[in-house]
Write a protein that binds this ligand. Structure first.
Ligand SMILES: Cc1cc2nc3c(=O)[nH]c(=O)nc-3n(C[C@H](O)[C@H](O)[C@H](O)COP(=O)(O)OP(=O)(O)OC[C@H]3O[C@@H](n4cnc5c(N)ncnc54)[C@H](O)[C@@H]3O)c2cc1C
Length: 394
């Protein structure tokens, strides 16, 4: 682990030889195939379709899709390492893998019919169908029980009415995982999950979501204006959307947390490299104690977050299906570590931290965004406290 080197022993110490090989393979791939292009896509605000396509031959796009559906299924801990190593280089590419595997493929595997698995998983594993999760609404993303997007039962299917915002990958997605309510009065018991084919459905408008930054992620607003979804698009049962959502977010938070560890690690590497080169007052800035404090804090944050993420991966590998409290802990600590590390790494760079010649400034906004995606820090603190106080059960 480049800067790296000193913390590699801890990060890899109890990985199996196969898990170390996965890390090595993904890291080499990301550094060779993705890293040289990221800044150009960033400057051009361009969605990295060509980089995403490169994931496919190596199976990195579908590490949670079983081989029988064309995927390259590996254990959950290795999947986290794939997300970590990809995010160390590019957060959009890592986001595609995370949304595809944790939120969409995982939901289809856990709650879908055999027909749904056979229809959707093979093209996802071939990279032909990218996916979006349409959860957040203009009225709020935290209180999902208060969902406004409505589903109406009609002959042969359902019609969807409502708007989703902040939707990653929507313009390029061939499959939407959508949650809507069949009965608002029932609150979370009315929430229902659907698989929607956006390329072949009428009544869907996709518009740009007005982000000030992070343009490359291509966030969208998705309007459902009486969109017809056939019965075959119901995922799970009517009113059964909350358990679908719960298990999706459980895995989603795991992969987002793993991505944050990769970004935190990258911040260490960039800060260390700069501190070893840059001089002030006739010495390397890495010799100043106040710079060393930042490096030490960055390493401790990253390793603490990584420990939580890997332990969660091992729990999942041991068969623990729902680990909501542990997912919240990993997501909370890792996303806040990534933001704090980006701030420290920028500070180590001085004014150059905000120059477009250095990568580190970009990492700050990407890390901050990950404090919102898949649940805000406030939500996770609330959940962790409620579990601990016995006010909420797994
Ligand atoms: C880059 C990016 C990509 C995203 N991608 C997607 C995507 O692909 N699909 C998708 O569906 N969504 C996506 N989101 C949306 C994200 O999930 C939401 O931003 C998030 O869930 C928070 O919702 P909100 O922004 O509406 O904030 P709100 O829910 O309005 O919350 C506002 C503030 O109030 C706090 N708050 C709310 N409730 C409580 C409470 N009970 N106690 C204490 N504080 C509370 C929140 O923590 C927050 O600080 C993305 C967001 C970003 C930034």
């Amino acid at each position: 682990m480049a800067a790296g080197g000193a913390t590699e022993r801890m990060a890899d110490f109890d990985l199996s030889p196969q898990q170390r090989m996965v890390r090595q393979a993904v890291r080499e791939f990301a550094e060779r195939e993705i890293a040289p292009h990221v800044e150009q896509y960033e400057r051009e605000e361009r969605y990295p379709l060509e980089l995403i396509a490169k994931l496919v031959p190596l199976g990195f796009i579908a590490p949670m899709i079983p081989e029988e559906y064309g995927g390259s299924y590996i254990d959950v801990l290795s999947y986290g390492i794939v997300c970590e190593e990809l995010a160390r280089i590019d957060w959009v590419v890592a986001s595609v893998v995370s949304v595809t595997n944790s939120l969409v493929a995982g939901s289809i595997l856990r709650h879908g019919s055999e027909d749904q698995r056979e229809r959707w998983l093979p093209p996802m594993a071939r990279g032909e169908v990218l996916t979006s999760a349409c959860l957040t609404e203009p009225g709020g993303g935290t209180d999902l029980g208060n969902m406004q997007t409505a589903a109406e039962k009609v002959d042969g299917g359902y019609r969807l009415y409502g708007t989703k915002v902040f939707i990653s990958h929507a313009d390029y997605a061939g499959l939407f995982f959508v949650v809507a309510t069949l009965d608002r009065a029932k609150k979370h018991k009315g929430v229902t999950a659907f698989l929607v084919d956006p390329k072949n459905s009428e009544g869907i408008t996709i518009g740009e979501f007005p982000m000030r930054t992070l343009k490359r992620d291509n966030l969208a607003e998705v309007h459902f204006e009486g969109t017809f979804v056939p019965d075959a698009g119901l995922l799970g049962t009517e009113g059964g959307g909350f358990p679908v959502l719960g298990s999706a977010l459980d895995m989603g938070r795991y992969s987002v947390a793993a991505r944050c560890v990769g970004q935190s690690q990258r911040c260490i590497e960039l800060a260390v490299a700069y501190a070893q080169e840059r001089e002030a007052f006739g010495q390397k800035i890495g010799e100043f104690q106040m710079i060393q404090k930042k490096i030490a804090d960055m390493v401790c944050r990253t390793e603490s977050a990584r420990a939580l993420v890997y332990r969660l991966g091992r729990m999942k590998d041991a068969g623990v299906e729902r680990a909501s409290m542990e997912s919240s802990m990993a997501k909370l600590m890792a996303s806040e570590a990534a933001t704090a590390n980006a701030l420290d790494a920028i500070q180590v760079h001085g004014g150059y931290g905000l120059s477009s010649e250095y990568e580190v400034g970009r990492l700050l906004l990407e890390a901050k965004a990950l404090e919102f995606g898949e649940g805000t820090s406030e939500l996770h603190r609330k959940l962790i406290a409620e579990f601990t106080l016995g006010l909420r059960k797994q």
